[in-house]
Design a protein around this ligand. Structure first.
Ligand code: TXE
Length: 489
């Protein structure tokens, strides 16, 4: 084992951060660019279970002092981290596009979002409010205050390699918690840079640790250790449920963000241009690898054929290529495994009787990568697997509805409930949909994907569990309430 304090981006392999030290282990894994399989981004050290236990112990040692820092000290560190992220947006955006495969403009946008999140929570650290109430007993006063939870394990997926870690780390630190981040195996690069930025911003040792490596090893330690007091997870439904079951055994607070099968309803009275743009963006941008992707396009009879024709036209104009190439609208699928999953669902859809009107082809480009043309199914029904299971690729299906009522019923006919959208010019139906869509987020004349950073994010049903993420509401998960009584008679 090698340990040093002068880890730089140019030295290899990139190490884990445990108790303020950059720690390498014998085992390494390679970070490969899905746009160009010959482009090796770097070697990263795989943390093992012992190192996970060390990080947990260090976080518990660091917690009392960190929890007692002033809001100003925490705000200054978060603000400094945000400033650095924003100043390095181009370079971090390139790294993100290289390791995950979203296009460079999308990647830079995600980096900017991460910077803004740190700045937002720098402000929130100064706004931790409580309540004061009179007691039902004479001369007794009651204070309701918020305190940090303790050590928080963060388990993140590959599809937003910097924004998701940011929106979990920033509130956790703002409210005085210590953090252990376990990023997804496929995207250690952005997480490593984020760790480096946080160290440079002045975080004391142990307050933040980075453990790169396998979920089944590190995730299991984080979810089962009594030294971790809360787990915030984003990923698949199956892993999320497993994490929750484990975490409950040791009484942890849990927050889960999982899949979606998000409907975008398009009504006869919709502005066709707006509807096509919302569908193309929501379903296919970021290669459809967003939990908020519009994967079910529910379209009423009167506009169905015009909408399908215009969307197919728009899809044909979307260039699929290397994520860093100017003009690329859709980058590669993230990995061979994910590509296999997308191709499997394309076959399933056809076997189920859906009509593949365009796309779904493996594409060759100048560089060898996981390129897939955006695919659209029509003549689909709500019961088909392609309309019930999360595909997580550039694949969408159109479901025909006879009117608004049927469209709303179809929109809600899913085990998921993350985002739901409607395209209409009717104020009455837009308002009705906002009230009756069974989802955590509702969009009118907008794609289901694409959300602001300063307001709550999350869903219902199988999509989410526990308090919301982001915005002021993040305080619910990252603090615990204390009710204090004082007699002053
Ligand atoms: O997800 P996992 P994967 C869906 C999407 C995708 C599929 C698989 O359909 O094709 O999930 O992706 C960690 N204990 N989504 O394999 O397994 C893991 O290391 C604790 C949708 O990437 O859920 C990673 O850090 N942790 C989703 C994180 O969990 C464990 C976004 C997520 O990995 C663990 C991502 C364990 N036993 C995938 N096993 C969305 N809708 O946003 C793994 N992990």
């Amino acid at each position: 084992m090698h340990s040093s304090n002068d880890q730089t981006a140019s030295s290899r392999p990139l190490a884990n951060l445990i108790d303020g030290e950059w720690v390498s282990s014998g085992e390494l894994f390679q970070n490969i660019n899905p746009s160009d399989l010959s482009d090796k981004i770097g070697d990263y050290a795989l943390a093992d279970a012992d190192q996970a236990h060390q990080a947990i112990a260090a976080a518990n040692r660091a917690f009392p002092a960190w929890a007692s820092t002033t809001p100003q000290q925490r705000a200054d560190i978060l603000d400094a981290a945000g400033t650095t992220i924003l100043a390095r947006k181009e370079e971090l955006g390139r790294l993100l596009a290289r390791e995950e495969g979203k296009t460079l403009p999308e990647a830079i946008g995600e980096v900017v979002r991460a910077g803004q999140i740190f700045k937002f929570f720098a402000g929130e650290a100064l706004r931790i409010a409580g309540e004061k109430l009179a007691s039902v007993r004479p001369d007794v006063e009651i204070e309701i205050r918020r305190e940090p939870v303790g050590v928080i394990g963060l388990i993140t997926p590959w599809n937003f390699p910097i924004a998701i870690p940011a929106w979990k780390i920033a509130p956790a630190l703002a409210y005085g918690n210590c953090v252990i981040l376990k990023p997804a195996e496929l995207v250690p690069g952005c997480a490593w840079e984020l760790a480096r930025i946080l160290v440079d911003a002045g975080l004391p040792p142990g307050v933040f640790s980075l453990l790169m490596g396998h979920g089944r090893v590190l995730g299991e330690v984080l979810t089962s250790s009594p030294g971790v007091h809360a787990i915030s997870f984003t990923g698949s439904v199956a892993t999320g449920r497993r994490v929750a079951a484990k975490a409950v055994e040791t009484g942890k607070k849990i927050q889960l963000e999982m899949g979606g099968k998000n409907p975008l309803v398009v009504l006869d009275d919709a502005d066709l241009k707006i509807a096509v743009e919302a569908a193309a963006n929501g379903a296919f941008f970021s290669t459809g690898q967003r939990c908020t992707a519009s994967s079910r396009l529910i379209v009423t009879e009167g506009i169905h054929d015009r909408f399908v024709a215009a969307l197919v036209e728009r899809m044909k104009g979307l260039t699929v290529d290397h994520a860093l190439k100017p003009g690329t609208a859709i980058g590669p699928v993230v990995s061979q495994e994910q590509l296999d999953q997308d191709l499997r669902y394309l076959r399933i859809g056809q076997e189920e009787g859906a009509r593949l009107v365009t796309g779904g082809e493996r594409l060759s480009r100048e560089t060898e990568g996981y390129f897939l043309s955006p695919a659209l199914f029509t003549e689909t029904t709500a019961s088909m697997r392609i309309n019930r299971e999360e595909i997580f690729g550039p694949v969408a299906s159109v479901i025909r509805a006879k009117d608004y009522d049927e469209a709303l019923a179809l929109a809600n006919d899913t085990e998921f409930g993350l985002a739901a959208g409607i395209c209409t010019t009717s104020l009455k139906l837009a308002s009705h949909f906002k009230r009756h869509a069974q989802a955590g987020m509702v969009m009118v004349n907008l794609p289901t994907a694409g959300v602001d950073y300063h307001v709550p994010f999350g869903g219902r049903k199988a999509s989410s569990y526990g308090p919301r993420e982001q915005g002021r509401h993040a305080v619910e998960f990252y603090t615990t309430i204390k009710t204090a009584y004082q007699f002053s008679g």
